[in-house]
Write a protein of this length. Structure first.
Length: 412
């Protein structure tokens, strides 16, 4: 009789753990819906966040604090309350700082981390329920099954009066064992089919949205790196070290700009070159605080390029134009920056970029780099499968010709 009572309790606890998993699964889905409402509010200007957050908190109270259900680990509720409070604050911060794109992007990146941490807490609790709840109960049922087998062997020695009771216990435990195994197999099969269904349901549009989200997050991460480097420059007084920090900021900015143009583009494989290069030069003018009368000789005859080509091309132009701003116009109140780009990615690109400044005393030494910037120019032209020459004449004007090679930079 005692064995029968324990088996019934084990079954009751097993069903309780399954109910906990269902509740936690719905709570996890509510977290995903909360992230969706956050993005929708920022995109459309609506104010559905507060209502959705209140709904999630009510679900948390019903799921994690209801006395009628078996309790989940007690630490989950305060952790989720803390994370959601931080998410609420960050959501309001992003919405209030939409005019300041850099601060809004940083707050939005931290918001994603906090919401992901809340999801991780829920998923860790689900794993704990599976391991310490279902696993423990399954082992307990198996132990009871073994005990029942021993009792069955012993019960055969008793009188016919005990035979009915022993048979009943055996049938009960057999059904419990079969149900536990069936539940375990069903859970594994449901989890496998759920993953297959999720992979199958990803349409082309959803994959593009995911790729854009990845580029957006990479851009945000690079902006955070850029901001951290800028914060560090406040502690630097040496002019040479400060210049190195500023060059690093500009290079990170050039890479971040590619990812920004990528997620803003309708076609991820074809990024508008003119928009990217104009933004790049504008950022450099602002970074170096150019106060002379600057003429921009810009002629972009290439409509779009893929990210694999535009990234090294943008870094190369960043290095050349940065060198022009630092060295070409010393002692002058006016100057010209040249930026000409023509050709195609498959047939070969022709780039002329430079200035009409003071130039090099000896043009024959430019191909022997003695600085990181010049070394990068040679390295990046190699990545583009291109030859790099310094044109004669006033100033420093580089000419780059890439070799046609469809296989090297095939579009995605």
């Amino acid at each position: 009789m005692g064995l029968m009572a324990r088996a019934n309790k084990q079954q009751h606890r097993l069903h309780g753990h399954l109910g906990q998993l269902d509740d936690l699964g719905r709570l996890n889905a509510a977290m995903d819906q909360l992230a969706s409402v956050h993005r929708q509010d920022l995109k459309t200007g609506s104010r559905n966040w507060a209502g959705e957050l209140a709904s999630v908190r009510r679900m948390m109270d019903n799921t994690l604090a209801a006395p009628a259900k078996d309790p989940v680990p007690g630490a989950l509720l305060p952790l989720l309350e803390k994370d959601l409070a931080a998410c609420d604050s960050l959501h309001n911060m992003v919405r209030d700082n939409m005019a300041n794109q850099e601060q809004a992007d940083m707050a939005n990146a931290v918001f994603g981390l906090m919401l992901q941490r809340a999801r991780d807490h829920v998923q860790e609790t689900m794993r704990a329920v599976r391991k310490d709840g279902l696993g423990h109960e399954t082992l307990a049922l198996n132990d009871q099954w073994n005990e029942a087998q021993w009792l069955l062997g012993l019960a055969s020695l008793f009188a016919l009066v005990c035979a009915v009771l022993v048979g009943y216990v055996a049938r009960l435990l057999t059904r419990s064992h079969e149900r536990s195994e069936l539940l375990a197999r069903t859970g594994e099969e449901l989890e496998r089919r759920n993953k297959e269904l999720q992979e199958t349901m990803l349409s082309k549009e959803e994959k593009e949205v995911m790729l854009k989200e990845i580029h957006h997050r990479v851009k945000n991460n690079l902006q955070i790196v850029r901001s951290l480097i800028r914060f560090q420059t406040d502690k630097v007084s040496d002019p040479i070290t400060l210049e190195l920090f500023n060059e690093c900021v500009n290079r990170v900015g050039a890479m971040a700009l590619v990812h920004e143009q990528t997620y803003m583009s309708k076609d991820l494989a074809n990024i508008n070159v003119a928009n990217y290069l104009n933004s790049l030069v504008r950022d450099l003018v602002s970074a170096y605080n150019i106060r002379l009368k600057l003429k921009m000789d810009v002629d972009i005859q290439v409509d779009t390029l893929g990210v694999d080509t535009l990234t090294p091309l943008g870094l190369l132009i960043n290095e050349v134009v940065s060198n022009s701003f630092k060295h070409a116009f010393k002692g002058r109140d006016a100057g010209t920056i040249m930026l000409h780009l023509s050709g195609t990615e498959e047939g070969g690109l022709l780039l002329r970029v430079g200035d009409d400044g003071v130039g090099l005393p000896d043009h024959g030494t430019w191909h022997k780099p003695n600085s990181l910037g010049m070394d990068l120019i040679h390295t990046l032209s190699g990545q583009l499968n291109a030859s790099m020459e310094l044109l004669p004449g006033p100033g420093m004007v580089y000419e780059m010709r890439s070799t046609p090679d469809v296989e090297v930079r095939r579009r995605a």
